[in-house]
Design a protein around this ligand. Structure first.
Ligand SMILES: NC(=O)C1=CN([C@@H]2O[C@H](COP(=O)(O)OP(=O)(O)OC[C@H]3O[C@@H](n4cnc5c(N)ncnc54)[C@H](OP(=O)(O)O)[C@@H]3O)[C@@H](O)[C@H]2O)C=CC1
Ligand SMILES: CC(=O)C(=O)O
Ligand SMILES: [Mg+2]
Length: 761
């Protein structure tokens, strides 16, 4: 299993020992169950369990459809196997299948927020297996059958589909077929073939092989051009040995008898059989520009190295994540079930499978975001021989494939709960994958309605150019890039982006006719701080932060985004030399932390190192203002290490004083303190202080000092799986946001949207 290499498209090294350690470290295995409701108090217990639980029981008994309102059924899929065809390792039994099934369950969650549990059923008797599964229907919204060998898998799936009123989907059949067909559509396109005349050989006549042939024929392959092989060779009409009805359906009239004979002149090879089944000699006999999908796991029918050694014109895909072109059902099952569950589809039919296939094929042809480039270890993939199918880490999959599947379910009449507003559905889907997306969506909607001019300061950086392009392309506003025109255009061109087409302006700070005006503005501000006019001219000419900030200060742009080439504090210092604080406001940093879909604002995460009581009160007011602008009614907790006077400490006294200042200022939002973070965020603990003025857990946390704020936000990000947006700068007269040095194009777009939303104003 060891693999070697580094750099783009090279195989990372994984040893057997690392794989075992990965599975055994910490809590053994890969998944655990987390409750979605609080279980802290006696009252919680009474609601969740007896007596409260009796109420939904009766409601469901009276109206079964309410099970989706009161239980987790609607988002719960069972991954079920008997372990008779574990990957390409063969029949190793139900117990040995558990790591793969746990893996499928976590992929469901990771990629599509579908909850899932693995069930390993110890029987090879199809009837016993069917009975074990059929009665589990009430527990689940869908059944994902996995690694059950052919031909029993066909019988089992067919019977369960008849018996159960929820989607039953054998992933190795249909998941594999969908991904393979999507990759194949693109490979055919790239090699200029016609689907009607393309010749395909499929080695492996089991679950995956048979389903692949069913699907490719449904999308246009001529049956006479498709040859199926198994351990006995070609499946020809009239063959008796090792046959079954599913193989017979794909048998052809042919004198060919062996895989080697079938491969002569073949355009495409599908390998769904076993390691090493395809030899370099066979590859040499294929048609020009041959396409090889060696999909056996974990070891393919032929390695890409051997295939490429045999033919330099080959397009090769495998089922593995450590080579380019991973044709693996992980691209399908999470998203297909997502779409099916969301419309409460009765089944997953051919129309839904074809819709998923086409959506995946089309997505691979689009420009890819930075997140995909990182998954490819920095080498941004472009549609072509080494990128015919999206990568599993593509963040667009979650809002592309489920929508296609859901629409097809609605159009083919199997959706029990059709979705009317597909745009809103798309936003919900994005939020499942990226918690910040939910918070951002309302901002994006507002920004779209009042588009602004945003200056992207570091205009020669590729991720900034991509962000500016995407900002305009999404209809969020217009973009100005600061940089040398020839450099900006060269980077844009290499990235395949036409800036002129989007009306994106480029301003070279050194050559701009506005320089004198901007230098005058800066001189007005800095002349009594030791700066000469010529110093100001030099700063405007040579430093993009000064130039862009002056542009915003002078009203030539509405907002500014910077930060990918300079440290946060340095960039902020430069901006503040040009842009004043907003009168009556305080400049502060507010971060948005999202954990389990719950957004919490934390301040001050950027500016005042050791705030006094007055500072803390002002920070609370700014942070509450941000919460309101984001659409949340603020409940502000002023934090300390103590709770309402105990234990006593100097910092705590500052916080108590800040609360008194807020009292005297009669602010119009809920606040209280001092309290610990646990009391602020846990209703049960807060209940121990019945005089606490917050009506519910806090959604704004004011930290006693910048250190505590910065340390705790980074800790929850690293240890607690939280997503953090910001710090957002608030309290400046003009809107400026500073991204982190590692910001990707999507992060920069988010910050540009926040800057346009005037979060900083
Ligand atoms: N990349 C992906 O996403 C996926 C890959 N796969 C891979 O496909 C393979 C088959 O899986 P699955 O269909 O579930 O398994 P099955 O047990 O249902 O079927 C296996 C099939 O492969 C055939 N076969 C086995 N060895 C050879 C060989 N050396 N030459 C020709 N045919 C052979 C068997 O032939 P016979 O009928 O004569 O016994 C049988 O038809 C596995 O390697 C699996 O990892 C499966 C699902 C998804
Ligand atoms: C990927 C997968 O499901 C298999 O190889 O069986
Ligand atoms: Mg499988």
């Amino acid at each position: 299993m060891a693999a070697k290499g580094d750099g783009p498209n090279k195989r990372p090294s994984i040893t057997d020992q690392e794989a075992l350690h990965f599975h055994s470290r910490g809590r053994p295995g890969k998944l655990e169950i987390t409750p979605t409701k609080p279980m802290a108090t006696q009252r919680d217990l009474s609601l969740a369990y007896s007596p409260g639980v009796a109420v939904p029981v009766k409601a469901i008994a009276a109206d079964p459809s309410t099970v989706y309102d009161y239980t987790a059924r609607g988002n719960m899929v069972a991954v079920i196997t008997n372990g008779t065809a574990i990957l390409g390792l063969g029949n190793l039994g139900a117990l040995a299948a558990k790591p793969v099934m746990e893996g499928k369950a976590v992929l469901f969650k990771r990629f599509a927020d579908v909850d899932s549990i693995d069930l390993e059923v110890e029987t090879e008797d199809p009837e016993a297996f069917i009975n074990a599964v059929r009665y589990l229907g009430p527990s689940f919204g869908g059944i994902n059958l996995e690694d059950i060998k052919a031909p029993e898998c066909f019988l089992i799936e067919e019977r369960l589909r008849e018996l159960m009123d929820i989607p039953v989907f054998h992933d190795d059949q249909h998941g594999t077929a969908i991904i393979a067909a999507a990759g194949m559509i693109n490979a055919i396109h790239l090699t200029g073939r016609d689907i009607k005349t393309t010749r395909l050989v499929c080695n492996g006549a089991g679950a995956a092989g048979i389903a692949c042939l069913d699907l490719i024929k449904a999308i246009g392959f001529e049956p006479r051009n498709v040859i199926l092989c198994d351990t006995k060779g070609v499946v020809y009409r009239g063959r008796h040995e090792g046959m079954n009805q599913w193989k017979s359906a794909h048998a052809v009239d042919t004198p060919l008898r062996t895989l080697a004979e079938a491969m002569v002149g073949a355009d495409i090879f599908f390998g769904l059989s076993a390691k090493g089944a395809l030899t370099p000699e066979m590859v040499k006999t294929m048609a020009p520009n041959p396409v090889i999908f060696a999909m056996a796991n974990p070891d393919p029918e032929i390695t890409p190295e051997d295939a490429q050694k045999a033919r330099d014109d080959v397009i090769i895909a495998t089922g593995r994540s450590d080579y380019p072109n991973q044709v693996n059902n992980v691209l399908g099952f999470p998203y297909i079930f997502r779409g099916a569950l969301d419309v409460r589809a009765k089944t997953i039919n051919m129309e839904m499978k074809i819709a998923a296939t086409r959506a995946l094929a089309e997505l691979a042809r689009e420009d890819v975001p930075d997140e995909v480039a990182s998954a490819y270890r920095g080498a941004r993939p472009r549609f072509g021989r080494d990128y015919i199918i999206p990568v599993p880490f593509d963040p667009r999959l979650i809002h592309v494939v489920p929508i296609a599947v859901a629409k097809a379910a609605m159009e083919s009449g199997v959706a029990q709960r059709p979705i009317v507003d597909l745009e809103a559905y798309k936003a919900q889907l994005s939020a499942r994958r990226d918690p910040i997306a939910g918070v951002m969506q309302r901002i994006i909607d507002r920004v779209r309605r009042t588009p602004r001019r945003v200056v992207f300061t570091e205009g020669e950086e590729e991720q900034v150019i991509r962000a500016a392009y995407s900002f305009v392309n999404q209809g969020l506003g217009s973009a100005i890039l600061v940089g040398r025109e020839d450099r900006v255009n060269a980077v844009a061109q290499a990235a395949g982006l036409d800036l002129a087409d989007k009306g994106i302006e480029i301003h070279n700070a050194r050559l701009s006719h506005r320089n004198a005006r901007y230098a005058g503005l800066l001189y007005d501000k800095l002349q009594r701080r030791g700066y000469l006019l010529r110093d100001c001219q030099r700063l405007i000419n040579s430093d993009r932060n000064y130039f862009a900030a002056a542009m915003v200060a002078e009203g030539d742009a509405d907002a500014m985004v910077t930060g990918v080439t300079r440290n946060f504090s340095i960039a902020l210092e430069e901006v503040r030399r040009v842009i004043d604080d907003r009168p009556g406001h305080r400049v502060a940093g507010v971060s948005i932390i999202v954990v389990h879909g719950r957004p919490i604002l934390v301040a001050d995460t950027a500016i005042t190192e050791m705030p006094d009581a007055q500072d803390l009160a002002e920070i609370a007011i700014e942070a509450a203002g941000v919460a309101r602008r984001l659409g949340y009614e603020p409940r502000v907790a002023l934090l300390a290490f103590s709770n309402f006077g105990h234990p006593v400490g100097d910092r705590a006294k500052q916080v108590q004083e800040a609360v008194r200042i807020l009292d005297s200022r009669r602010v119009d939002f809920e606040y209280d303190g001092e309290m610990g973070a646990d009391v602020a965020l846990n209703r049960g603990l807060m209940a121990a202080y019945p005089f606490c003025r917050l009506t519910d857990t806090a959604n704004v946390l004011v930290m006693p000092a910048y250190h505590a704020a910065a340390i705790s936000t980074r800790m929850v990000q690293e240890l607690g799986g939280a997503t953090v947006l910001g710090p957002l700068i608030v309290g400046l007269e003009k809107s400026v946001q500073i991204v982190s040095l590692a910001a990707k194009d999507a992060d920069i777009v988010n910050m540009a949207a926040l800057a346009s939303f005037n979060i900083g104003g």
